[in-house]
Write a protein of this length. Structure first.
Length: 207
């Protein structure tokens, strides 16, 4: 997966609590197992009418937020079913970071495994960033995972915490497969030792 080190981009404000995964990516778009192409359906029932026309009032349909890479949201973001299509849709749209007071656990883990940085902050800090994101002139901010900081448009810095293991994986672009491949040498050494100690299991050993 793509590594997350430092992101400078536009933040969009979504001042809603309990945004569930069905709102993020409605159920009718779950037929695919491909990670690409889902961005067009992100928040589909909020972004589009029944006829597929864009709803001008929705934040991601308006400049500069059409190009948002950061989302500032309300508490309990990502609740509901555990569909992995939700982080796929966010990532495919271009959202690399979501900031909220809290997240649903399964969504939190799924997002990290898909290269999306989720940052939980006190509600007061989220509200400040929400206000910044609501105005075009202050919507651009920088998220630095190395330093664990968010720098606002006015230069003010908000610090955040993150689990060391999750941070390591995001900084190095490691999903579960990538973590396993990091140990390729140790795995191959174990397999060689196992083969030597169990020679009787080798093909043709009983011949």
């Amino acid at each position: 997966m793509e590594a997350f080190v430092r992101l400078e981009g536009v933040a969009a404000a979504l001042p809603m609590a309990n945004v569930d995964t069905d709102m993020i990516i409605p159920k009718q778009f779950l037929k695919t197992i491909r990670r690409t192409g889902l961005g067009q359906y992100l928040f589909h029932e909020r972004r589009c009418t029944e006829n597929g026309a864009e709803i001008d009032s929705f934040v991601l349909n308006r400049p500069p937020w059409r190009d948002a890479e950061i989302l500032i949201a309300g508490t309990n973001f990502g609740c509901g079913s555990s569909r992995e299509h939700a982080p796929w849709a966010l990532a495919d749209f271009g959202i690399r970071c979501v900031v909220a007071p809290s997240f649903a656990d399964i969504f939190f883990n799924n997002s990290a495994k898909n290269g999306i940085l989720l940052i939980a902050l006190p509600e007061a800090d989220v509200e400040t960033l929400m206000q910044d994101a609501g105005a075009p002139e202050s919507a651009r901010m920088t998220v630095d995972l190395q330093d664990r900081t968010i720098t606002r448009a006015n230069g003010a810095v908000v610090s955040f915490t993150i689990d060391d293991h999750r941070r390591h994986c995001l900084l190095n672009g490691l999903d579960d497969i990538g973590l396993t491949l990091e140990r390729t040498a140790a795995i191959e050494a174990y397999e060689a030792r196992a083969a030597d100690s169990r020679a009787w299991l080798a093909p043709g050993a009983r011949a």
